[in-house]
Design a protein around this ligand. Structure first.
Ligand code: CA
Length: 755
């Protein structure tokens, strides 16, 4: 056997012999291992330059400790026999400790970490990783089954580590996706490099703790980090209001793309950070934001921001007010910020001195905004000023709109025409503006240039009606069986007739159930619930007639519910063109009941008729801890009739005072609500009970003989509009501020209320 021929695999079993043959020789070896036991044995023997190779296949419940010391010239590697074909599943994770280590090619999926990190750059508090690298590793939906249980997917400790070309997608449980920790001297001034990673969609968490990247914490935020974050692609990272939360000094965030991501890059704590050459594409998606500036010596230059709709702290660009002599965890004053040569194109909101209030009274000082390009197609100038901004010098900026009158000396209105260049970005056609806004040399990182090449970047959400059309007839259990065998995205088309459903139907895929002819497919059901949406499920119902008349004669039935507890995946629920009646076999028969901790991306009900319901209609109020954990992001009711619903039509509750989320939202228009909300078991004594809802629009509805609408504003400057409604109740709309003093901030317009 030729020992010098590479690559060579040495089975763990032949270790003794191999060692003997090679004694005294420094030949790098590849060790193929096929069990955790073999891995442990080999790890005792590895030398600089060696490679530990995990055999292809699924490794169940494997907690890898990769502790070794390579050298700069000869690192020690841990890799896959074939990249992408080594899957860590079950209760698995990876800890790296030592120097000059490289990990590559592994996939974490179908499980979760039993510890507080999937990948940790340390063994324990004393034993950290240095000069080490994790590259081409995938973490795909590796979520703790308890969504409220917090963990990191990646926790970077030590110094001079690199995290690159990795693929992280679908984090659904609480906790930052990637955290750079500065919690000891050994992890500060770390010079880490985070580059070319693909941050795939992170669904809305529905509470704080959904950041995609955080560098530092407030406690160590006056320490410098020197972390470089460049050439990463953030694809729909929607977890919460902060996509990136910088909480340390001297970081450089450069040439990253933020694609349709809700939230902002926030310089929450720490000084002297440089934010440059980043590209934000909002494409008009709700709550897409840009950059938020706090603290001193921040440089924001040559960034390109387009199509961002966000407002308030989630704006396309925000400069905050600070707290005088701020505690380390509050808001330090903005001082010496330089904001130059950025392009703000169709950025709806630029907010200065934002957050100004009795506590946050320290206005920005010694700062400059210059040579920026501001363009708004709709001719609305984007600036809002919340306090004195004379501490920001404006010069050389251009805009196509009339400038805000207090800024007009530093923003000149110009006739600007834009053209999209080959790099995909818009630039003024007129060469005299060449020095304004972002540079023509920007080169946005391509999605395809991030993450490992061998793992497909598939769309995480299966669209409704993206699959096959399957006909279903009225035969025994035909609907139940059709749901069971359908695939993601399929449409079940129900033939005319009566469907007597004798088993609860679990929905664990994206499914549409439609009547072939509207109103001609009638469903009754014998269990306490007709449809239960469980993890992976989303449901559209269209054109059906559903009655509760065959349901058990006991209280607490529900037509539809989401899994009672432990749901990790967000769901969608749509009902259109349907009739639901007779949910009244006993008291408290609800239309929809959310499980504890379950979260709907949206619930949309259009053109339906609902009548004779003894319970509540939408129960989205399962938060009891008041930590700001809610049950639905968007609730949309359009053109429906509600007649004799004894309970509350919508109970949407978001408790607590945390401001890390954008929702929930309620859109209710053109509905007729009759004789509803007046049942004696309706503890809310209202037809709509909205607590802590952030965006509410109640428009052109009719409320007849119906309990009042109760709206309770909590924190976060909620936007509430109630207009063009008619009500047969003189006190139909009751709006309260629970935290702010003074009158409520809702807009009530043109509502007709009679006695
Ligand atoms: Ca946060």
């Amino acid at each position: 056997m030729n020992l010098l021929k590479a690559p060579q695999y040495f089975k763990a079993v032949s270790l003794a012999m191999v060692t003997l043959l090679l004694s005294g020789q420094a030949i790098a070896k590849d060790w193929l291992v096929d069990s955790p036991k073999a891995y442990k044995e080999i790890l005792k023997k590895v030398k600089p330059g060696d490679k530990v190779v995990l055999a292809n296949g699924t490794w169940q419940d494997f907690e890898i400790l990769f502790k070794a010391n390579g050298t700069k010239e000869a690192p020690i590697e841990l890799t896959a026999e074939t990249k992408g074909q080594v899957v860590l599943s079950g209760l698995s994770n990876l800890r790296i400790a030592g120097k000059h280590l490289v990990v590559s090619g592994l996939v974490f999926k179908d499980g979760h970490t039993p510890s507080n990190a999937v990948i940790s750059f340390r063994r324990n508090k004393e034993d950290l990783a240095y000069h080490s690298r994790v590259t081409e590793v995938v973490i795909d939906n590796f979520n703790n089954p308890d969504k409220r249980e917090s963990d990191y997917w990646v926790a970077i400790y030590g110094q001079y580590n690199r995290f690159d070309h990795n693929y992280l997608t679908g984090k659904r449980n609480k906790g930052v996706t990637v955290a750079v920790r500065l919690d000891s001297k050994q992890s500060q001034e770390n010079h880490h490099q985070i580059d070319h990673n693909y941050f795939g969609p992170r669904p809305i968490l529905g509470s704080n703790g959904g950041e995609t990247l955080r560098i530092g914490t407030s406690h160590y935020s006056l320490s410098n980090s020197y972390t470089l974050v460049e050439n990463n692609y953030f694809d729909r990272c929607d977890g919460e209001v902060e996509i990136i939360s910088i909480k340390s000094g001297q970081n450089n965030i450069r040439n990253n793309v933020f694609f349709e991501s809700r939230g902002t890059l926030t310089m929450r704590h720490g000084n002297g950070n440089i934010i440059e050459e980043n590209i934000f594409f909002g494409n008009g998606v709700d709550h897409t934001g840009g950059i938020r500036v706090i603290n001193k010596d921040q440089i924001i230059k040559n960034n390109y921001l387009e199509g961002l709709t966000g407002y308030r702290f989630g704006s396309g660009f925000t400069v905050m007010n600070g707290v005088p002599n701020s505690k380390i965890n509050r808001y330090h004053q903005v001082a010496n910020a330089l904001v130059e040569n950025n392009s703000f194109i169709n950025v709806s909101h630029i907010q200065l001195a934002a957050g100004s209030d009795a506590e946050r009274s320290a206005v920005p000082i010694d700062s400059t905004m210059q040579n920026n390009l501001i363009f708004n197609e709709n001719a609305q100038q984007p600036f809002s000023l919340f306090d004195d901004v004379s501490g920001i010098t404006f010069k050389g900026n251009i805009a196509n709109t009339v400038a805000h009158k207090k800024l007009s000396s530093g923003i000149s209105q110009q006739n600007i025409k834009l053209k999209r260049a080959v790099n995909g970005l818009l630039y003024p056609v007129d060469e005299t503006f060449a020095k304004k806004g972002a540079s023509k040399n920007l080169s946005p990182i391509l999605k395809s240039a991030t993450g490992p090449s061998w793992y497909p970047k598939s769309n995480s959400v299966v669209e409704f009606e993206s699959g096959k059309i399957i006909k279903v007839n009225t035969g025994d259990d035909a609907l139940f069986n059709a749901v069971l065998t359908a695939n993601n995205g399929d449409v079940l088309v129900l033939a005319d007739g009566d469907y007597d459903v004798r088993k609860m139907i679990n929905i664990n895929k994206t499914l549409s159930i439609k009547a072939e002819h509207q109103g001609k497919a009638q469903i009754v059901f014998q269990r306490s619930t007709l449809f239960q949406i469980i993890d992976g499920g989303s449901l559209t119902l269209d054109g059906l007639t559903i009655s509760g008349s065959s349901s058990p004669d006991s209280s607490g039935n529900t037509l539809i519910r989401s899994q009672k507890w432990g749901m990790v995946e967000n769901y969608r629920l749509v009902m259109r063109n349907s009739t639901v009646t007779g949910l009244n076999t006993n008291h408290s028969f609800h239309f929809f009941d959310s499980g504890n901790g379950a979260f709907a991306d949206y619930i949309e009900l259009t053109n339906n008729h609902f009548s004779n319901i003894t319970g509540d209609f939408l129960r989205l109020n399962k938060e009891i801890e008041d930590l700001g954990i809610y049950n639905a992001e968007y609730v949309i009711l359009k053109n429906n009739t509600f007649d004799n619903v004894q309970g509350v039509i919508v109970n949407l509750y978001r408790g607590g005072t945390d401001e890390s989320t954008f929702g929930p939202h309620l859109e209710m228009s053109n509905n007729v609500v009759k004789s509803s909300g007046k049942g004696k078991r309706n503890k809310t004594a209202s037809s709509l009970y909205l607590h802590g809802v952030q965006v509410t629009n109640i428009e052109s509805n009719s409320f007849e003989n119906t309990a009042k609408v109760v709206i309770e504003h909590t924190v976060g400057e909620p936007k509430t509009v109630v207009k063009n409604n008619t009500a047969s109740n003189a006190t139909a709309f009751t709006i309260k501020e629970l935290h702010a003093s003074g009158p409520h901030t809702a807009v009530l317009l043109n509502n007709k209320q009679s006695k």
